[in-house]
Design a protein around this ligand. Structure first.
Ligand code: HEM
Ligand code: SF4
Ligand code: SF4
Length: 409
């Protein structure tokens, strides 16, 4: 008995996909080499060949609800070995770019993040905010480059308490709310995914336990990155990402300690809980910036900055050395690397220029640093760094439905 399947291709979607990085998909002649050589793809309904077929047919609904795009680690092996130069790895990257564009609300930011044409607009928002603060404070202090007791003090010109901290607090909250809408849409899109029978597994595990396993294995140890291969370019990518990831963890801890110490943490620990131990004193000292270079929190911050530079060098070198006939880099790839480079250079530059006390260079550099951090955090759910959340959710869900193997322990 035969069944008629009605295929409804969405040609506008195919064009859109090509515009965000899937240019070469029409070249595919479906030999399936890509699915065979992929080091991560499961034996059951492997990727990325099926996505190439769906994309050629314009099967938008299938592609937009495909969990496999979050399991691919963009190692490029499939694209390197594709006999037609159809760049299947780029297609999966393009599908992730489409997800960044559409998952979180408001989707207009997704549109602005999808093309370099909107970069001036995205830059203008933080630039205007920080320039306004600079002008207002310069009026009060009677100088655009003021010194406090003869020294550059950023908090003097850009006061943390009533400008920088509330702005970043609001931006952070905005980012979290946007991510919540993105996660909700992502999970809703997975609802139709078929469940895979896993031999030896009892009942389906809960999402939370899968999330914890994902964080332990894929996030903390980068296990799937390691599984991608042992060629020098794979190792370079694995190590580069590991350095960058732990740099962000270190800097997040530093920010958390400084913010807690500053916003009542010291008072709470010392006067409410009546603690008087070295850890409490450390927290108290970290609440008052600039910190001494010997403060362990400052040491962690500087170690994080160094790890960030190392990770960025690895990842940028790898991206620049890609064979363009086989793998391409999209606007999403370069936006992320450029913003992180910018945070790193202006952050290290601000610290150096403050220490050597050159206000005319220090304040503009610090201003650029604030703009760069804003560009990363405020637009995060719509940028490629959205993978930090969406990939983790995708992998955890894949574990739950048996699409990914259970944990190794
Ligand atoms: C603070 C956390 C993170 C940072 C700063 C970060 C940063 C980056 C950067 C800059 C790239 C681009 C590399 C390139 O251009 O070649 C990248 C790619 C990637 N990241 Fe992360 N990442 C983070 C968290 C995570 C997590 C939690 C996961 C996995 C569960 C992950 C998985 C990946 C994968 C698979 C890629 C390659 C895919 C692609 O380039 O599209 N990342 N990450
Ligand atoms: S993308 Fe390349 S390797 Fe994969 S099926 Fe198409 S032609 Fe074959
Ligand atoms: S890029 Fe790597 S992980 Fe992704 S489909 Fe291709 S071979 Fe598999």
């Amino acid at each position: 008995m035969s069944t008629n399947v009605r295929v409804q291709p969405d040609l506008k979607f195919v064009k859109e996909l090509q515009s965000v990085g899937g240019e070469s998909l029409k070249k595919c002649y479906q030999c399936a080499t890509c699915s065979v050589v992929c080091p991560l793809s499961p034996a059951d309904a492997p990727y990325p060949r099926k996505e190439m077929v769906w994309a050629q047919w314009g099967l938008k609904d299938r592609l937009l609800t495909d969990i496999d795009i979050w399991l691919c680690h963009n190692c490029g092996t499939c694209s390197d070995l594709c006999p037609r130069g159809a760049k299947p790895g780029d297609l999966l990257a393009a599908l992730r770019n489409m997800a960044y564009r559409n998952l979180a609300k408001p989707t207009c930011i997704g549109k602005w993040m999808s093309s370099s044409n909107y970069l001036p607009l995205l830059l203008l928002i933080p630039a205007a905010i920080y320039m306004l603060i600079w002008i207002l404070r310069a009026g009060v202090l009677k100088s655009f480059f003021p010194l406090k007791d003869g020294a550059v003090v950023y908090g003097h010109l850009f006061p943390g308490d009533f400008t920088i901290d509330p702005i970043f607090g609001a931006v952070f909250l905005f980012m979290v709310i946007a991510f919540a809408s993105g996660i909700k849409n992502l999970l809703a899109s997975f609802k139709g995914m078929p469940k895979t029978f896993v031999v030896g597994r009892g009942k389906e595990p809960g999402f939370l336990s899968c999330l914890i396993d994902t964080i332990k294995e894929e996030v903390a140890q980068h296990s799937r990155f390691r599984d991608c291969g042992t060629a020098p370019k794979d190792v370079q990518r694995f190590q580069g990402h590991l350095f960058l990831f732990y740099a962000f963890v270190a800097l997040a801890i530093v920010t958390g300690v400084v913010a807690t110490g500053h916003w009542g943490g010291e008072f709470f620990l010392k006067h409410v809980l009546k603690f008087d131990d070295p850890l409490t004193n450390l927290l108290a000292a970290a609440g008052h910036t600039p910190m001494s270079l010997a403060n362990p929190v400052k040491v962690l911050a500087n170690t994080g900055a160094l790890a960030m530079v190392i990770g960025l060098i690895y990842l940028t070198k790898r991206r620049l050395s890609l064979d363009k006939a086989k793998s391409s880099s999209s606007w999403y790839d370069w936006y992320l690397l450029t913003v992180i480079w910018s945070i790193c250079i202006t952050g290290v530059g601000s610290e150096f220029l403050r220490l050597v006390n050159i206000p005319h260079l220090a304040y503009p550099t610090y201003n650029l640093h604030l703009i760069s951090v804003f560009m990363l955090i405020a637009y995060l759910p719509w940028s490629k760094l959205g993978h930090l959340v969406y990939r983790v959710v995708g992998i955890a869900y894949a574990r739950k439905i048996g699409r990914m193997p259970p944990p190794r322990h």
